[in-house]
Design a protein around this ligand. Structure first.
Ligand SMILES: Nc1ncnc2c1ncn2[C@@H]1O[C@H](COP(=O)(O)OP(=O)(O)OP(=O)(O)O)[C@@H](O)[C@H]1O
Ligand SMILES: [Mg+2]
Length: 312
């Protein structure tokens, strides 16, 4: 039966960085947290190559997965699976039938439209790693864009590259929409003449010289990311979130919110079904506290609280 849409959902997406940094883990936790707050939540596994969200909820390989949307043209709302958490439904992925790079432009646009049509308070989209432009476009759809990394230089570099690519793609869309793409390209090619060194200078130039009605500047200023650090082994590593924040503003001009961190927990196992512990949301009281802080900071667009860091 066709559902009547009554809510405008807030969309969160998690992407970027290396594989295994905890994207799926964090989103399964955040979705559970929101559902326990009595919000209607839909979690979508859009990690086409590495779909594994269903394992986190102990859902058997179901008849219905995202494959039915891309291959059989079924509407997304028909593909919701129930979880054992009230208010939380998921759309499972299918790692064998579709690859992210094979999705055509029209399919992608339809997918993005259908996500927006889903009836929920929150829609959370779990993405795969890597820099594929289809992944980035789904990421850019979100009202709240979240990235997660472990405190290792290679992982942080991966995350930085992802944010940079997302920022460029967004800028590109804006310039294209305002028919300024060629002008900006020429300026970038002749950047020495214009005294432009990097993307921050280019953005400033566009804002000051090409953006006559201020609409591009407004959109650019809305581009912001939430940063989460995972698998910390030492309280000193907490500060790396602030370093990533500084990198984003210095080299890309992107404001960000350091939403929180999660310590590494040797007690939890990949094959431990989340249904065993999530309904009570008590993997450990420490992780529960960390997830709560991250979720509330994302909801309220607030930075991690310094007092909590001092007590870590
Ligand atoms: N804080 C943590 N402490 C210990 N193990 C963790 C922590 N966070 C995640 N893990 C484990 O790390 C592994 C990778 O996590 P997850 O699958 O969420 O990563 P991912 O970023 O989604 O990876 P991929 O890019 O492959 O989808 C899982 O086994 C997960 O249980
Ligand atoms: Mg994953």
């Amino acid at each position: 039966m066709k559902q009547v849409k009554t809510k405008v959902a807030e969309i969160w997406a998690i992407g970027g960085g290396k594989g295994g940094t905890g994207k799926t883990f964090l989103f399964s936790q955040l979705a559970t947290y929101l559902a326990l707050k009595k919000k209607q939540v839909i979690l979508i596994d859009s990690d086409f190559g590495g779909a594994n969200l269903r394992y986190f909820f102990n859902i058997k390989k179901s008849e219905k997965s995202i494959k039915n949307f891309f291959v059989n043209k079924e509407p997304l709302e028909n593909l919701l699976s129930h979880t054992n958490i009230k208010n939380l439904k998921i759309i499972t992925g299918d790692r064998n039938s579709i690859s992210i790079s094979s999705i055509k432009y029209s399919q992608k646009m339809k997918f993005l439209r259908h996500i927006k049509m889903l009836n929920a308070d929150y829609i959370l989209i779990d993405l795969g790693g890597g820099l594929n432009f289809n992944t980035i476009d789904i990421f850019l759809l979100a009202d709240k864009m979240i990235v997660i990394t472990v405190p290792e230089i290679t992982a942080i570099d991966n995350l930085f590259q992802f944010v940079k690519n997302a920022y460029f793609r967004n800028l590109n869309f804006l310039l294209k929409k305002h028919k300024l793409k060629d002008a900006a390209k020429n300026i970038w090619e002749d950047r020495k003449i214009y005294g432009i060194k990097d993307i921050v200078d280019l953005t400033d130039y566009i804002k000051g010289n090409l953006d006559f009605d201020g609409s591009i500047s407004k959109k650019i200023s809305e581009f912001s990311i939430f940063i989460v650090l995972n698998k910390l082994r030492n309280p000193n590593e907490i500060n790396q979130g602030f370093s990533i924040k500084s990198l984003c503003i210095k080299y890309l001009g992107i404001p960000s919110i350091y939403a929180g961190y999660i310590a590494s927990d040797d007690n939890f196992r990949k094959n431990l079904s989340i249904s065993d512990y999530l309904p009570k949301f008590n993997i450990s009281t420490r992780i529960q506290k960390e997830i709560t802080e991250i979720a509330e900071n994302i909801i309220n667009k607030e930075q991690i609280k310094i007092s909590n860091i001092k007590n870590a």
